[in-house]
Design a protein around this ligand. Structure first.
Ligand SMILES: CC(C)(COP(=O)(O)OP(=O)(O)OC[C@H]1O[C@@H](n2cnc3c(N)ncnc32)[C@H](O)[C@@H]1OP(=O)(O)O)[C@@H](O)C(=O)NCCC(=O)NCCS
Length: 330
């Protein structure tokens, strides 16, 4: 039996090996998902992100080492926010295993990594896993995690006509009054069973002002579908930030909503067709988006519209009582 890798604190000496694991992973994933960017097959492309991750306030990581070689690593950082709670996060480039490593190793890494955060009261935990690595995903599931958010991609080849009587056009800065009653629709969809995801009333109160600004934002591409004077649906696109899971030059579908009574008529398909055509003209070939997988109509719509997950955000909420109920009699 081969000796198990030793799990040690992640230090500056581990950086180069970790970037190599990420570039090897990118090669593995690109064999299945050629739309992912080639640039991240180079180790050096991962260095700035990994450095930035380690420099975050409170960042902590672990590495698994076997015979002097890195078998895997896991790095994350704490966030304290009203919605997400006192939590530790590890982004998609915050972990990777060597090609030959047993996916079970992620559980040993997580045991050491999470201990640090749990001792500091970070019971909510968010990690990311490539969608095309089912064995690694299973290892996370066996440790109490579940899928919360899908991050996905599709190409921009989509032709669709708006339903009869519906016009599709770019939104203008003066459209704020016309879109205002659509703004809470995502929050409402997220709150519904079985998603039960919260948006706080004080956040909703800021929507009108922030959207009035957003309509003026030159880098945003807002599209509306309207019937006469009534806006029925809306979709907003931006050029996406680069990353290992973002096809080169991709656009991002950041916001999308349709009035409940207008859903299922092909409005979103028509808005995507319009936004995608604009993206193609700028040279893009792919679009990314993400959604809460427990929001059923949303999940089913994006899946039907051809978005295919590249990675998932997984979530685990450790029982807070572990802080005092540690198996010894009090
Ligand atoms: C997600 C949403 C924008 C879809 O808009 P829509 O105008 O209803 O979408 P379309 O009518 O263009 O339908 C697109 C595809 O999804 C499918 N679809 C739509 N609603 C569905 C549902 N409830 N269940 C299953 N499939 C559904 C349609 O059948 C269609 O597939 P098809 O063209 O192969 O038949 C809309 O449901 C919505 O506004 N939801 C609330 C807000 C939200 O969650 N936004 C996304 C945030 S990430």
């Amino acid at each position: 039996m081969r000796p198990s890798p030793q799990v040690v604190p992640f230090g500056p000496d581990h950086l180069d090996a970790a970037t190599s694991l990420l570039s090897d992973r990118q090669r593995r994933l690109r064999a299945l998902r050629p739309e992912l960017p080639t640039a991240f097959e180079e180790s050096a492309a991962h260095l700035p992100t990994l450095r930035a991750l380690l420099e975050r306030d409170g960042a902590s990581g672990v590495a698994a080492v076997s015979d002097g070689a890195m078998a895997g690593f896991l790095i994350g950082y704490p966030r304290r926010e009203p919605i997400w709670g006192r939590a530790c996060w590890s982004p998609i480039d915050g972990s990777a295993l060597a090609d030959a490593s047993d996916p079970e190793l992620i559980r040993d890494l997580y045991a050491a990594w999470s201990r640090h955060f749990v001792e500091l009261g970070h019971f909510r935990q968010y990690v990311h896993v490539p969608a095309d690595d089912p064995d690694l995903t299973a290892a996370w599931f066996h440790t109490g995690f579940g899928i919360m958010q899908a991050h996905a991609v599709r190409d921009l080849e989509l032709a669709a006509l708006a339903p009869d009587g519906v016009t599709v056009r770019r939104a203008l800065p003066g459209d704020i009054d016309r879109i205002e009653d659509l703004l809470p629709l995502i929050a409402e969809a997220l709150a519904r069973p079985p998603a039960y995801a919260v948006r706080l009333p004080e956040q909703l109160a800021t929507y009108r002002d922030s959207w009035a600004e957003e309509l003026e934002e030159p880098s945003a591409h807002h599209w509306l579908a309207e019937d006469g004077d009534q806006v029925l649906a809306m979709a907003t696109f931006y050029a996406a930030d680069p990353g290992p899971m973002v096809p080169e030059g991709a656009w991002e579908l950041a916001v999308a909503m349709a009035r409940p009574e207008a859903r299922g008529r092909g409005l979103m398909r028509a808005l995507l067709a319009a936004g995608f055509a604009e993206a193609r003209e700028s040279g893009a070939t792919q679009c990314i988006t993400d959604w809460r997988t427990a929001a059923l109509p949303t999940h089913r719509s994006w899946t039907a519209l051809g978005f295919r997950p590249t990675h998932y955000r997984l979530h685990r909420h450790v029982d807070e009582r572990i802080a005092w109920a540690g198996g010894r009699r009090g």
